[in-house]
Design a protein around this ligand. Structure first.
Ligand SMILES: Nc1nc2c(ncn2[C@@H]2O[C@H](COP(=O)(O)OP(=O)(O)OP(=O)(O)O)[C@@H](O)[C@H]2O)c(=O)[nH]1
Ligand SMILES: [Mg+2]
Length: 295
């Protein structure tokens, strides 16, 4: 093994919608996490693995920390907070184009208790002027003892190499945890569930995405066909009606878009069957949360 090779864990934390999952996908040059313009897209901690000749970084993408109003939100926050423990570097992501929020003040209080090196990544730098960026850095710089403050843009790929170089400096020397070609720790069931959920987030409005859980019931390959059966769980009959849509148009579209993306990911022809089921208040019921795979 090269004696300078380094490997370690880097957590992305921040309020919802700041670009944590987008940054992960861009660094890995592969979509390992779903992304949307709506907050609270990521629900569970997930790992994305970056490997080059000098290092392996296991990134932990986390749900955005927010003021929760149900049991699911509480679990999401717990997932995000636990990702700050055991990391070699914590990256706090905050958007350049928004004022510091109550959620962020809460995150700062949590991070003050950690003795891990913390980087501040000021995201979406493509949306602000130099003066606005300068003011934003001033607003943030004394709130925590940041080892680095790096303005980035995931969509315009600004400063991502600098970020990787700075992370390298803080990683311990050691061998890799995963094979070079492995980019995530997600199972095919998890990928399927997330792709279906992503299509629902894009195709439906208002509160529906927040009341949706997806359970993959079976995945079976026969000859050259992967047959997937999944249940979309919502909380109310009215949401079920929205998901099915007029003459079943909505559920059909969700199915088509999810199938097309999954065929690309798994590189096989897919038959996807979707069912919709109502479980009252599942997002606020610990027993239902467990049954739906949220621990
Ligand atoms: N302009 C601009 N938009 C970005 C950038 N990075 C992310 N976005 C957009 O910001 C939105 C949120 O991105 P996500 O990656 O889902 O954010 P997140 O922090 O993972 O959000 P949660 O999972 O809800 O906590 C999406 O619409 C992205 O396209 C960026 O560098 N520039
Ligand atoms: Mg996310």
């Amino acid at each position: 093994m090269d004696s300078n090779f380094k490997a370690g864990f880097v957590s992305f934390v921040g309020k919802p919608n700041v670009g944590k999952s987008t940054l992960l996908n861009t660094i890995l040059q592969e979509k390992v996490a779903i992304v949307s313009h709506k907050p609270q897209t990521t629900r569970e901690q997930m790992q994305g693995i970056y490997t080059d000749d000098n290092m392996q970084i296991v990134f932990l993408d986390t749900p955005g920390i927010h003021k929760h109003h149900n049991q699911l939100g509480k679990l999401m926050n717990r997932q995000a907070t636990s990702a700050t423990k055991g990391a070699d570097v914590i990256c706090l992501l905050a958007p350049c184009n928004e004022p510091i929020s109550v959620n962020e003040q809460h995150i700062i209080r949590i991070l003050k208790e950690r003795d891990t090196p913390i980087f501040l990544l000021l995201t979406k730098v493509d949306l602000v002027t130099k003066v606005e960026l300068f003011n934003k850095i001033n607003e943030w710089k004394d709130l925590l003892e940041f080892k680095e403050i790096i303005p980035i843009s995931a969509t315009k790929e600004v400063n991502l190499n600098i970020l990787l170089k700075k992370i390298y400096d803080y990683l311990p020397v050691g061998g890799k945890f995963f094979e070079i070609e492995q980019k995530s720790n997600s199972t095919s069931q998890q990928i399927t569930k997330e792709v279906i959920r992503e299509k629902i987030i894009f195709l439906t409005r208002q509160e529906v995405p927040y009341s949706v859980a997806v359970v993959v019931e079976s995945m079976e390959t026969s000859k050259n066909l992967l047959e997937i059966s999944a249940v979309i769980v919502v909380e109310r009959d009215s949401q079920k009606a929205i998901l099915i849509g007029k003459k079943g148009e909505m559920i059909k579209n969700i199915g088509i878009q999810a199938r097309q993306e999954l065929e690309k990911i798994f590189n096989i022809k897919i038959m996807l069957t979707l069912f919709v089921k109502v479980i009252d208040e599942w997002s606020n019921n610990p027993k239902s949360l467990k049954e739906l795979g949220y621990f």
